[in-house]
Ligand binder design. Structure first.
Ligand SMILES: [Zn+2]
Ligand SMILES: [Zn+2]
Length: 356
């Protein structure tokens, strides 16, 4: 008997047949498929053969990427920073320690698309200074030139998923109407079996692929406008740094799956309208196939160390949106409280004069 090794249609890992459950399971992203689903997915895929010229172009681009990308590592915090070979990285933008060149990066890390930076460092510094003006009690050196030098243009790695979803939902819908005739009030209840069988395609679900960047900080500067995505070219990296992804697509898949299933559930429920009450009795939503795009998004990034704590400040390099939590200068705060107490004491003393 011929043994076929199927690859997971969602993450590319090997699928194992699980005899007890009579289905195929992926141990990487935890997807499950019935035999019928696997046959359907792979029969559809067989017809897709990559054009020879396209395949050749991809190999060439990956080679170029390998030859012109340097990888730097931070011995202090473990960050891995990539840069084009004409741009050298000297310090780590997370912890400010010197970094060391560790070699080239494999072509597998070549992104397919990129949103280029919309503005330069001068503009980023200007935005940062304006932001500082509205903040109280900042430590003096927070906005110093020395600190501004640590601001870096960083391309953040993101996984963007397009999911083909199969959904079955059953519900019981009720329609009631009441009327009065003579001395009686009548109520009529009609019960409907509501069935939805849908094939849904959801496009562009994002999740970042960097474990070092705070997810909340990234969400705070969303959204990015994906209409401006361009095919990746090495020239975009010149003068900037990029984070190498360290969260694989199989690890990201559960996050993507939650968003896709929630979105699909809402979509299908929104079609079950016109009933006075609705009770969903069965909902089965599964992702049959995921196409991935590995992309880079532009972020101006700065960290600041104050009293052993690290503060991060970010600007969306496309939309100018800012986010960050400023440090609080303790001496400045105490001085302010001191002045406030003095004023209060003075007021109370004056009050004392009047009322005594
Ligand atoms: Zn998988
Ligand atoms: Zn570091």
């Amino acid at each position: 008997m011929e043994v076929v090794q199927y690859k997971c249609p969602n993450c590319g890992g090997n699928l194992e047949y699980q005899a007890d459950q009579q289905n195929f399971g992926c141990e990487y992203c935890l997807s499950r498929f019935t035999e019928a689903e696997i046959k359907e997915i792979f029969n559809n895929n067989e017809n897709i053969n990559l054009d020879e010229n396209v395949a050749e172009k991809i190999v060439k681009e990956e080679q170029e990427f390998e030859e012109h990308t340097n990888l730097y590592s931070c011995p202090n915090c473990g960050a891995e920073i990539m840069a084009e070979d004409t741009t050298s990285a000297t310090f780590c933008y997370y912890c400010h320690n010197p970094v060391i060149l560790t070699g080239r990066l494999s072509g597998d890390y070549k992104p397919s698309k990129i949103i280029p930076f919309n503005f330069d460092k001068h503009k980023a510094e200007e935005l940062f200074k304006q932001w500082c003006k509205k903040k109280w009690f900042l430590p003096d050196d927070f906005k110093s030139n020395q600190q501004l030098e640590k601001m870096a243009g960083v391309y953040v790695p993101f996984w963007i998923a397009n999911c083909t979803i199969k959904a079955n939902m059953n519900a019981i819908g009720k329609k009631t109407r009441s009327w009065v005739a003579g001395n009686y009030k009548y109520t009529e209840t009609k019960e409907f079996s509501v069935i939805r069988r849908a094939s849904v395609f959801m496009e562009g679900i994002p999740a970042d692929g960097s474990s070092k960047i705070d997810d909340k900080l990234m969400e705070a500067i969303e959204p990015f406008n994906y209409d401006e995505l361009k095919s990746f070219s090495m020239s975009f990296l010149s003068g900037f740094f990029a984070d190498k992804y360290d969260v694989d697509k199989s690890e990201v898949f559960p996050r993507i799956k939650n968003r896709a299933v929630d979105g699909c559930d809402r979509l299908i429920r929104s079609t079950m309208t016109g009933y006075s009450s609705l009770h969903v009795t069965n909902s089965d939503i599964s992702i049959l196939k995921t196409d991935w795009n590995y992309i880079l998004l532009p972020v101006w990034f700065m960290t600041y160390k104050y009293k052993d704590k690290s503060y991060s400040f970010v600007i969306n390099g496309q939309t100018y949106k800012l986010a960050g939590k400023p440090p609080l200068s303790i001496p400045k705060l105490l001085r302010f409280c001191g002045i406030l107490t003095a004023i209060l004491t003075l007021i109370l003393t004056i009050g004392g004069y009047f009322f005594s």
